[in-house]
Design a protein around this ligand. Structure first.
Ligand code: AMP
Length: 384
């Protein structure tokens, strides 16, 4: 167990680092942030920081010297950088976990090796590879870069085999993967925390609704059967155990139209779909993350309330801030970013409901007040 007043090094300066640092400070720890962005959200609330590139060995060494244990809020550190950090300080989750999660092919191979379904997929290096993959998987299909994709970036939907060349040209020369299109009823995610002793605690599955490829709403709990929820939790625990996790693992899944669960993506860090836990749970995902990384015991991942989380994305939603803070039912969170660029996550709002009383679509829209979707619908519109 890391003693109080020790320093946790966090690679990455975004809102996930900010909320992790806030949780850490409540447990009596200091956080030291590694980022190349001077006024980043995490730096604003942390005890210290190292400014520089996470790919520069000298920067990584200087960072490691300042901290007792290292974790991540961001997965795209180079393999060599990870190994260097791990040679200097304990790193949780470890380099092997990050190597899997930062590459879609490694990730899908790992998930399939655990006997957990994903969308059917093929690795694509050349245009003939893509044509063969399309012949095998059919259309529609999604061509994705294997690395550095997020919020729908680095993805092209292929509706017809004749689109192959243009899709390939749009993403080449990145390494690519073709995925069969999953006809899904909804998207859910499960967050599990696993401590050094191997014990897992798992939050209830939640339902995620996207707008313009960016998470818009999370509904906690997901509106799925108890049996399916248990299955989703079991998948998350299996993957956390098999990957040898110490820390947090978010597992994004599709509930396919035929009722099967299909894993889409893994994130070994706090996840946007877990922000509701700050307000609806005795111990949030961020506290679980810090506890797992520092060797503290993990309390049960229970919630005292149902919740809806709404992201504040870009300038228009952020401009509603004065009304948001004047709405008693809305619990506001702002990340301290100076510029509200289009598609940028600036903050989020949580709305709590009594346990077991998550309302339906119209009730949620009404409860969100000034943030209600303009069409009063919370239906997913996330097909790329
Ligand atoms: P990703 O970056 O893999 O999380 O994909 C972003 C979004 O694109 C997902 O949340 C889905 O809405 C959609 N998507 C991604 N892959 C597939 C797929 N194989 N089938 C259907 N929809 C997908």
């Amino acid at each position: 167990m890391l003693p109080p007043n020790s320093t946790i090094g966090i690679v990455g300066g975004g809102q996930l680092g900010r909320m992790s640092a806030l949780a850490a400070s409540r447990l009596g720890y200091r956080c030291h942030i590694l980022t190349d962005e001077p006024d980043s959200p995490a730096i604003q609330v942390a005890a210290g920081h190292t400014l520089g590139s996470h790919d520069d060995p000298a920067v990584l060494r200087a960072f490691a010297e300042k901290v007792d244990v290292i974790t991540f809020e961001f997965e795209n550190v180079s393999a060599e950088g990870l190994d260097l950090l791990a040679s200097l300080r304990p790193v949780h989750p470890g380099p092997d976990v990050l190597r899997i999660s930062q590459d879609r092919i490694a990730e899908k191979s790992f998930v399939n090796a655990c006997d957990v379904p994903t969308a059917p997929w093929r690795a694509v290096a050349t245009l003939p590879d893509l044509q063969n993959a399309l012949a095998a998987l059919g259309v529609p299909a999604i061509l994705k870069t294997t690395r550095l994709g997020y919020d729908g970036k680095g993805q092209v939907l292929i509706r017809d085999a004749t689109d192959a060349e243009a899709a390939f040209a749009a993403l080449h020369p990145a390494s690519l993967i073709l995925e069969g299109f999953v006809d899904f009823a909804c998207e859910i995610s499960v967050i599990t925390a696993r401590g050094a002793d191997g014990a897992c605690v798992t939050f209830d599955p939640v339902e995620n609704q996207h707008r313009d490829h960016i998470l818009d709403l999370t509904l906690a709990p997901a509106r799925i059967s108890a049996a399916l929820a248990a299955q989703a939790r079991a998948i998350a625990v299996t993957l956390a155990e098999r990957i040898g996790l110490i820390g947090l693992l978010a597992v994004e899944m599709f509930v396919a139209a035929d009722g099967r669960l299909v894993v889409n993506e893994l994130a070994p860090r706090p996840h946007n779909s877990g922000h509701w836990t700050i307000d609806a749970c005795p111990a949030s995902q961020f506290e679980m993350h810090i506890r797992a990384v520092t060797g503290l015991p993990l309390p049960p991942a229970t919630r005292h309330s149902d919740a809806v989380m709404k992201n504040l994305v870009g300038a228009a939603e952020t401009a509603l801030w004065p009304q948001i803070v004047a709405s008693p039912g809305l619990i506001p969170h702002l990340y301290g970013k100076a510029e509200a660029r289009a598609g940028r996550k600036m903050g989020h709002v949580t709305r709590l409901f009594p346990y077991g009383a998550l309302p339906g679509t119209f009730g949620i829209a009404a409860a969100l007040g000034v943030l209600a979707p303009s069409d009063a619908s919370t239906e997913s519109s996330d097909h790329p």
